[in-house]
Design a protein around this ligand. Structure first.
Ligand code: ADP
Ligand code: MG
Length: 702
């Protein structure tokens, strides 16, 4: 007798799966029946929306049947990648289907002219023509079963597994697992994790119901399915968010229970520092500092994120905080992503804090061992109040006598784990500062365990930055402008992209451009800065730029974060199309730091896409970092937006942080709700959540 199918049954035992198909499925990460059911459709095709080509309009998601007219591939710009183009036609017209990636080798070889195909996807207006980009394209065979008038799930293409076969497998798995008659003794085939109260409160289907509908969607809900708003989709997305939010909420709870030294206020020192500044603090700076002061006075660790646009004056808020810590007899550590920045912060701390008796030191990885060990000794002896440094601070031999506060500047470069390694077996408060404004959705997920303060006001007297985009052909004019500005006593940056895969080529660009500029403007003092230089070489160049000795700094993106030279009022960014929007915004933030009228010029290379031009227009159109971050997130998606190195962001199978923000908020509320009433998850109806949670927590980095 066959044993009844269970979710954890090996996929090999599913009817219709032979050894060969079993291997293909396992290769795709499908080892069990449950894995198969969690292979969610990436989209749906509403076949009732069948159209003819002449009637198509941009922006519509449509489905149609047509004949292949031509199949060809062509090189994409200068790279070795290729674009594939399949032109299809019906009696009313023709349209091209373009692919910029190949799903798998040999994919396009399946298509030949005169074949009948079915295409589903979004109609796009590209350079004045309607096209499909990456539509779902299937060959229609004579003997295919007729499935008209239906809503069809579309799965990621997989070699050796046709969409029809995959749909059949789903059907088999679903009916064997969920439709079998339940006897009184038998358990339901699929455990429901979410307690009844939660399903009622947030109107969630059961997991079994949701899975069934996801793969066999009811046609009458077509409109909702296309938008990922159907009840079944809501349930799955909610659950994905819920595990992440529960993990965050628990971490937050755990942190709130930890101990940390309560710092006494230090009004006298704060007053003294304020008096010594050449400017008044903005209201936003004062407000955020108050929030920090309050956190520091608690016997539990602060975990606060300060967000503020480029140039909003975050550093000063951090320095004020170190005064409070010093006054209570504790030490502060400030970690920054680059040596240039460490050096710069060290200098401004010395200027502002040393007169108040604060002992500041700087520690970097490229320091001589003798200096390094001297600083370590003073640190353990408690003779340093504020240590500023790079990753070198994380090293185990860097020990503090009494660490009270850890400040992390430009957090998007550090993961949560690194944050924890800075605890140094003590119980400090944490202050995290981001340079890149992060849209609310992402801040909620990546920094879900932090309280957030926002510096939403710029220091007065800054004139806005004029931003222009220019095509390569007009480059010469841009450099004429540079020459004029420098002759007026200003300074300028010229930035080159540095893409990891082709670091060498890019380096050559910066170096050769440096030579070209020197030849063209022999009377200007031009300097070069790039990532391959040693720490002290970089520092020397930066110092020369800071003092105005160097007038034009040609640099790769090592300059990106935090660098502050108020006399620089022009930044030229070459190959602007190769930067992310937030990165461009960061770079632009290098100018406009004083009262000088400032300029940012985005130079676009040849043969760039419409999208690249639109992206440049976003930067030209606004200097609001939050607006830019949102646009960036929308264009690139969360993974790319945060950078590969960012941990703490789980991979979702169906959920989408941009599209599904409302569900994210609901899931967060649910997670906090459940922990508030049952912090240890001891109640019987929370058993499944407790059991499942540990599995999910492992999957969520951090
Ligand atoms: P960011 O928030 O980008 O880290 P910084 O802290 O580097 O900005 O500050 C940018 C510049 O603005 C620095 O030169 C700093 O001294 C100056 N600054 C900070 N606060 C004020 C203020 N309230 N008024 C005028 N200038 C300020
Ligand atoms: Mg900064």
């Amino acid at each position: 007798m066959r044993v009844a199918l269970q979710p954890d049954t090996d996929i090999q035992y599913l009817k219709g799966v032979g050894p060969k198909l079993g291997a293909i499925l396992r290769h795709r990460g499908v080892a069990t029946v449950a894995d198969l059911l969690e292979w969610y459709p990436r989209a749906y095709e509403d076949r009732r929306a069948m159209r003819n080509i002449a009637s198509l309009e941009a922006g519509q998601v449509v489905s149609l049947e047509a004949t292949v007219r031509s199949v060809r591939s062509m090189p994409m710009g200068k790279s070795h990648r290729r674009i594939y183009e399949i032109v299809i036609a019906d009696s009313s017209g023709r349209i091209a289907c373009k692919y910029f990636r190949v799903p798998y080798k040999g994919y396009f070889e399946r298509f030949t002219t005169q074949q009948t195909v079915r295409v589903a996807g979004k109609v796009i207006l590209y350079r004045g023509r309607l096209e499909f980009h990456h539509p779902d394209l299937q060959v229609v065979y004579e003997d295919d079963p007729k499935v008209a008038d239906q809503l069809i799930p579309l799965y990621t293409d997989t070699e050796g597994l046709s969409p029809a076969k995959l749909r059949k497998l789903m059907q088999t798995a679903l009916s064997e697992l969920l439709d079998r008659p339940s006897s009184a003794s038998s358990q339901p085939a699929m455990t429901e994790v979410m307690p009844v109260w939660m399903r009622e409160k947030y109107q969630l289907l059961t997991r079994a119901q949701a899975l069934k509908q996801i793969h066999q969607p009811p046609t009458e809900e077509a409109a909702d399915y296309l938008k990922f708003r159907a009840p079944a989709q809501r349930r799955i997305i909610f659950e994905e968010f819920f595990w992440m939010e529960l993990h965050m909420a628990r971490r937050r709870l755990g942190m709130q229970r930890e101990q940390a030294p309560a710092m006494a206020p230090a009004p006298k020192m704060i007053e003294q520092l304020k008096k010594s500044l050449p400017f008044a603090l903005t209201n936003a700076q004062l407000r955020v500092f108050k929030e920090i002061e309050r956190d520091l006075s608690e016997p539990h660790p602060m975990h606060r994120l300060v967000q503020g646009d480029v140039g909003s004056g975050k550093t000063l808020v951090a320095l004020l905080s170190t005064l409070v810590v010093k006054e209570s007899g504790y030490q502060s550590a400030m970690m920054v992503p680059t040596e240039i920045l460490a050096e710069q912060h060290f200098k401004s701390s010395e200027r502002f804090l040393s007169p108040l008796g604060v002992r500041v030191a700087c520690l970097t990885g490229t320091m001589k061992e003798r200096e390094h060990s001297e600083i370590r000794e003073r640190l353990v002896a408690g003779e340093i109040d504020l240590l500023i440094g790079t990753h070198a601070l994380i090293e185990n031999d860097v020990l503090f006598k009494k660490l009270g506060l850890v400040i992390i500047d430009e957090q998007h470069r550090f993961g949560v784990e690194q944050r924890m390694r800075l605890k140094k077996n003590q119980s400090p408060h944490f202050l995290v500062m981001t340079a890149t404004p992060i849209p609310r959705t992402l801040a909620m997920t990546v920094y879900g365990d932090l309280d957030v303060s926002i510096i939403d006001e710029m220091p007065p007297g800054r004139s806005p930055i004029v931003t222009r985009k220019v095509f390569s052909s007009k480059r010469d004019l841009v450099f004429d402008f540079l020459y004029q500005q420098v002759k007026k006593g200003r300074q300028a940056y010229v930035i080159y992209p540095l893409v990891e895969e082709s670091e060498k080529i890019d380096l050559k660009n910066a170096v050769s451009e440096y030579e070209t500029l020197r030849a063209r403007f022999p009377d200007l003092r031009i300097g070069l800065l790039h990532g391959k230089m040693k720490g002290d070489e970089k520092e020397a160049v930066m110092d020369l730029f800071r003092t105005g000795e160097i007038q034009v700094l040609v640099s790769t993106t090592v300059i990106e974060v935090g660098v502050d030279v108020p006399n620089a009022n022009l930044i030229i960014i070459e190959h602007a199309e190769r930067f992310g929007l937030s990165q461009l915004h960061q770079l632009r933030g290098r100018v406009g730091r004083g009262e000088l009228k400032s300029y940012c010029v985005l130079v676009l290379g040849y043969a760039i896409s419409e999208e690249a031009i639109q992206r440049a227009d976003v930067i030209v159109g606004t200097t609001d970092g939050f607006k830019i971050a949102e646009a960036d997130l929308e264009i690139r998606g969360p993974g790319e937006f945060l950078g590969r190195r960012q941990s703490g962001l789980p991979g979702f199978r169906m959920a989408n942080l941009v599209r599904d923000i409302t569900l994210l908020q609901e899931a967060r509320a649910a997670a906090r709700d459940i922990l508030e009433h049952d912090p240890e998850l001891r109640e019987p109806h929370h058993k499944f959540i407790r059991d499942t949670m540990s599995v999910h927590s492992k999957a969520i980095v951090g």
